[in-house]
Design a binder for this molecule. Structure first.
Ligand code: N2P
Length: 365
C-alpha cells in the first residue's frame, strides 16, 4: 500500500508543479525501500518545480554494485556510513558537499555527526538522514503461544539452535545482507564484529549454518518487512524501523498479528545512513536542494513519523508523531545503547571471505 501511495504521489506531483518554459529539472534519487514519506517528495516537487525520479534498493550489496560501476545516473544516494559510504568517500566517488547550498546543515546534531565522521573526515561528503539498529522482529502472539517460557530479549531467540527448532514451524527469516548481518552474529558469538580473522568468520558461518535448515527464507529487507507485517513469519533478523513499520501495519490490518522488536542483549549494531551525491551526478544542484529540504525540521519529522526511524535533527523531535517519538525502539534511551557498536569497513580480503561465506549460507552448505 505504501509503495502504491508513493507511486501515485510521484505520478501526480508533476501535474501540480509549475510548468516552466524550459524542460523541467529532474532529480534522480536512489534510496532504501520504505524510507521516505511520499508527501515530503511531493512537497519538494511542488515547492521547487524539480521532478523526482525515485528508485529503491534494499541492501548495501545492491547499492554498492550499482555505484561501483560508475555512471549510475543517480543524483542522491543513501549509503550507510560504514562500510559503503566510507568506501565511496575513499574512492573519490562522492561529491564534496557545498555547505553554502545547505543552510539547514546547522540543524544537524553535532554529536551524531561526529560519530559518522570516522567514515568521512570533517563530514565533507554526507549528512545523516536516518539511523537505527539491527535486531529481531518477533511475532509475539504466535511465539507466546508456542514457547511461553522463551525470554524474548535478544538474538538467542533466533541463533540458539534449540530455539530455532522450536519456532521453525512459525517461520524464521534473515535479511539477505552479509554486510548488515555478520557483525551482529560475530558480536553474539563474543567476537569482534569487524573481524577479518578466518577463525572468527568460520565460527559465524557455523552459527548461521546451524539454524539454516530452520529458515523459511533469506529475502531482501524490503520483502522481509512485508512478510513480517502479514504474519507470514515469526522471527526476522533485520533493521529496527522496518520491524516497527511492520508492527504498525499489522496493527492497522487488525488480524491479530502482534509484532515486537528485540535489540541484541549484548548491544546492537547502530547504522547511520548518509545523504550523499555521486561525483558524476548529472544534477548536483538539485541534489543539494533536496538535502537542504530534508534537513528542515518539519520535513525530516514527517519522514521519521512515517518510516519510524530516528533522524539527526533535534529540532524535529517535538514535531514527530507522539507514538513514534515516545517509542523506545525508535529513539532508544542512552542505557539501551550502552553496548551498541558501529560496524567498521572490512578490507578487500575480508570482504571476499565474507561474501563467499554468505553464498554458502544462502545455498545451505
Ligand atoms: C529501510 C532500511 C534502511 C536501514 N527499509 C538500513 N540502513
Amino acid at each position: 500500500m505504501r509503495r502504491l501511495a508513493l507511486i501515485v504521489a510521484l505520478l501526480l506531483a508533476p501535474l501540480a508543479a509549475p510548468c516552466p518554459a524550459r524542460a523541467q529539472p529532474v532529480l534522480n534519487v536512489y534510496n532504501w525501500t520504505d524510507y521516505i514519506d511520499p508527501y515530503v517528495v511531493q512537497r519538494f516537487q511542488q515547492e521547487t518545480g524539480i521532478r523526482i525520479r525515485y528508485d529503491v534498493y534494499d541492501s548495501l550489496e545492491t547499492l554498492e554494485g550499482k555505484l561501483s560501476a560508475g555512471r549510475s545516473g543517480y543524483d542522491l544516494v543513501v549509503p550507510t556510513s560504514e562500510p559503503t559510504f566510507a568506501r565511496l568517500v575513499r574512492a573519490g566517488a562522492l561529491l564534496p558537499l557545498d555547505r553554502a547550498r545547505i543552510p539547514n546543515w546547522r540543524n544537524l546534531d553535532t554529536g551524531l555527526m561526529a560519530r559518522a565522521s570516522g567514515a568521512d573526515p570533517g563530514n565533507a561528503h554526507g549528512a545523516i538522514y536516518l539511523w537505527g539498529t539491527v535486531g529481531l522482529g518477533l511475532r509475539l502472539d504466535r511465539i507466546r503461544a508456542i514457547a511461553p517460557d522463551l525470554a524474548l530479549d535478544g538474538l538467542d531467540v533466533l541463533l540458539k539452535p534449540e530455539n530455532a527448532r522450536r519456532l521453525a514451524g512459525c517461520g524464521l527469516a534473515v535479511m539477505d545482507s552479509a554486510t548488515d548481518v555478520l557483525p551482529s552474529v560475530l558480536r553474539w558469538l563474543g567476537r569482534n564484529p569487524d573481524s577479518a580473522d578466518p577463525a572468527d568468520l568460520r565460527a559465524a558461518e557455523a552459527a548461521l549454518l546451524a539454524i539454516r535448515p530452520q529458515l523459511r527464507a533469506i529475502p531482501g529487507s524490503g520483502a522481509l518487512l512485508d512478510m513480517l507485517a502479514t504474519g507470514e513469519i515469526c522471527v526476522a533478523l533485520t533493521y529496527s524501523g522496518d520491524v516497527i513499520q511492520a508492527a504498525a501495519r499489522a496493527r492497522e490490518a487488525r488480524r491479530g498479528v502482534e509484532i515486537g522488536y528485540a535489540a541484541p542483549a549484548a548491544g546492537p549494531q547502530i547504522f547511520f545512513d548518509m545523504l550523499a551525491i555521486p561525483a558524476d551526478a548529472p544534477h548536483p544542484e538539485a541534489a543539494h536542494a533536496f538535502i537542504d529540504f530534508l534537513l528542515r525540521p518539519d520535513n525530516i519529522a514527517a519522514v521519521s513519523s512515517h518510516v519510524r526511524y530516528p533522524n539527526a535533527v533535534p529540532a524535529s523531535r517535538p514535531l514527530i508523531t507522539e507514538a513514534v517519538r515516545d517509542d523506545l525502539n525508535v529513539y532508544p534511551p542512552e542505557a539501551a545503547l550502552a553496548g551498541a557498536f558501529v560496524a567498521g569497513t572490512p578490507g578487500p580480503q575480508a570482504e571476499r571471505l565474507r561474501s563467499r561465506l554468505w553464498s554458502r549460507f544462502r545455498a545451505g552448505r
